[in-house]
Design a protein around this ligand. Structure first.
Ligand SMILES: Cc1cc2nc3c(=O)[nH]c(=O)nc-3n(C[C@H](O)[C@H](O)[C@H](O)COP(=O)(O)OP(=O)(O)OC[C@H]3O[C@@H](n4cnc5c(N)ncnc54)[C@H](O)[C@@H]3O)c2cc1C
Length: 493
């Protein structure tokens, strides 16, 4: 059992308040006191944050695990559901690809579904994998229901993430943490005071206030105000592979929410569209000064993709943007934050030097960052926008060996290479390869042992069962109204 800690969390963004709220739930286990140091406003150097937090299916599970009622969170944040990402203009293909959350099709004996499809395609048939995903079919028809808990139902094969109003989610988490006894100090952190052993003795604020704790959690986002001052924590810059470095966020009223996130590539980056219950969020992410239609009032948010070499040094742990800033194309930041909190709780140290726990935490964190890097960098490396200088340069730039190996194995035989720290499972990798028109040259030889007619029948059956299940799901608007309508639901803001 760890001793009672005085935990100081620096930064009152989503990562800060989520960490506070989760740690506060451990109060009964004797965790000690938790204090959040919050600066007054948005950090101006970073510009306007994204209006809509777009999360992966890890967020509903995380909220459930920590005891937050998802419907309550959705009501408070104008929240809605996302069944995956429609990806348009990443290739020359007219139809968008769809990265659906959850399973795609069903294997036949030992042969994975996408391998069956590869075999059928080798005979000249056109098969769209997304036609065999409940999440994709629901998204296409604007329908939604939470997955069935009955594993015999095809509706149990889908998963969903959330779209949440960023400011409202921060306020919701803050309210939750305060109700659980978390203390808050208003102040802008200027620096740290180290003791003789190199551990943090106190945080210093601009008003010359000293904030003393045992364990310091840096949630100051991109500015990494604390971890950035610690030894061995240099920022590893990934911008040669993830070159986008500006983001502009816009929002407007709209009361026809769509149950998916739309990610559309443009000449120098991409833009996404995410629906809240009564609002539509747009995020333009691009490289340099090249956003084609920058509007007056747009305040570009500057960022560099990369991570801290170590996220935990001495008695300081970085969580959220302070640990890693990763191009948000795959909506992965929230999952990284949630996993970091879970990892920290699993490794809460017994003494302030924390060396062993920190080493293990850093090993797991780096592994996870490497995996997410590969998934995000694949969007750039495997794009098919031939003739766009930005995208040509991304495609022609060599990627680290690990990602090159993943792509080579998939192109050779359709196998998905997976490592320990994956956030995305095999189905997501297959969906992304498909959306980027990366196809295997050969299919699983075991598919030769299955009769062609049996395969076609298998696909027909799956699709039939899925279509009738999806047809029984309500339109997203009706589901929101029934389950979690925000107070202003039905009115245009
Ligand atoms: C360009 C970009 C676009 C993104 N778009 C999306 C998206 O569309 N959807 C999505 O889900 N996620 C997106 N993300 C990720 C998202 O921003 C983060 O998941 C989320 O904001 C949580 O981050 P955070 O709390 O770590 O940092 P932040 O949100 O940056 O919060 C940091 C907090 O620390 C405070 N702070 C900073 N310095 C100090 C200081 N010296 N003293 C005291 N307090 C301080 C700030 O005021 C702020 O409150 C994006 C990230 C980037 C970089």
């Amino acid at each position: 059992m760890p001793p009672k800690w005085n935990i100081v969390i620096a930064g009152g963004g989503i990562a800060g308040w989520l960490t506070a709220s989760v740690l506060a739930r451990l109060a009964d286990a004797g965790i000690g006191t938790i204090t959040v140091v919050e600066s007054k406003g948005i950090d101006d150097s970073l510009g306007v944050p994204c209006t809509v937090q777009t999360t992966l299916p890890s967020t509903p599970s995380f909220l459930k695990r920590i005891g937050i009622d998802e419907n309550v969170a959705l009501r408070a944040t104008q929240g809605s559901f996302t069944l995956g990402r429609a990806m348009s203009n990443w290739t020359g293909a007219a139809a968008p690809g769809f990265h659906a959350y959850g399973e795609i099709g069903a294997s036949l004996g030992p042969v994975a579904f996408h391998q069956l499809v590869a075999k059928i395609r080798s005979g000249g048939e056109v098969v769209n994998l997304a036609n065999y995903s409940v999440a994709a079919l629901c998204a296409q028809s604007g329908r939604f229901a939470r997955p069935s808990e009955d594993s015999r139902s095809v509706l149990s094969t889908m998963e969903y993430g959330l779209h949440l109003d960023s400011a409202a989610y921060t306020a919701f988490l803050k309210q939750d943490a305060l109700a659980l006894g978390v203390a808050v100090i208003s102040g802008e952190i200027e620096g740290v005071e180290l003791d003789d052993g190199g551990l943090i003795a106190a945080l210093k604020t601009t008003g010359d206030q000293s904030i003393v704790g045992d364990l310091y959690i840096d949630c100051t986002g991109h500015s990494a105000k604390i971890i950035g001052q610690m030894p061995d924590c240099e920022f590893e810059d990934w911008s040669q592979w993830l070159p986008c470095n500006r983001a502009v966020s816009r929002s407007y009223a709209g009361n026809t929410p769509l149950p998916f996130t739309h990610v559309d590539a443009h000449s120098a980056g991409w833009q996404s569209f995410s629906s809240l219950q009564n609002q539509q969020g747009e995020l333009f992410v691009y490289h340099g000064d090249s956003l084609p239609d920058l509007q007056s009032g747009d305040l570009p948010h500057m960022f560099t993709s990369g991570r801290r070499a170590k996220a935990w040094v001495g008695n300081c742990v970085a969580i959220g943007g302070a640990a890693a800033v990763i191009d948000p194309v795959a909506s992965s930041q929230m999952a990284l934050t949630e996993n970091a909190i879970t990892r920290l709780i699993g490794l809460l140290p017994h003494d302030r030097t924390c060396r062993i726990e920190a080493a293990e935490y850093n090993r797991q964190t780096r592994e996870e960052h490497d995996c997410i890097f590969d998934f995000v960098a694949l969007h750039y490396k495997a794009n098919k926008r031939v003739g766009d200088p930005f995208w040509d340069a991304c495609r022609n730039h060599a990627v680290p060996d690990r990602l090159a190996h993943r792509i080579a194995v998939y192109e050779s035989c359709g196998r998905i290479v997976l490592y320990d720290g994956e956030i995305f499972e095999a189905a997501s990798w297959v969906a992304l390869y498909e959306a980027l028109s990366v196809f295997p040259r050969r299919y699983d030889a075991m598919a030769n042992g299955i009769d062609a007619g049996q395969m076609v029948e298998h696909l027909k059956q799956i699709r039939g069962v899925m279509l009738s299940a999806v047809g029984a799901c309500p339109p997203l608007r009706d589901y929101l109204a029934l389950q979690c309508a925000a107070p202003i639901y039905g009115k245009i803001k």
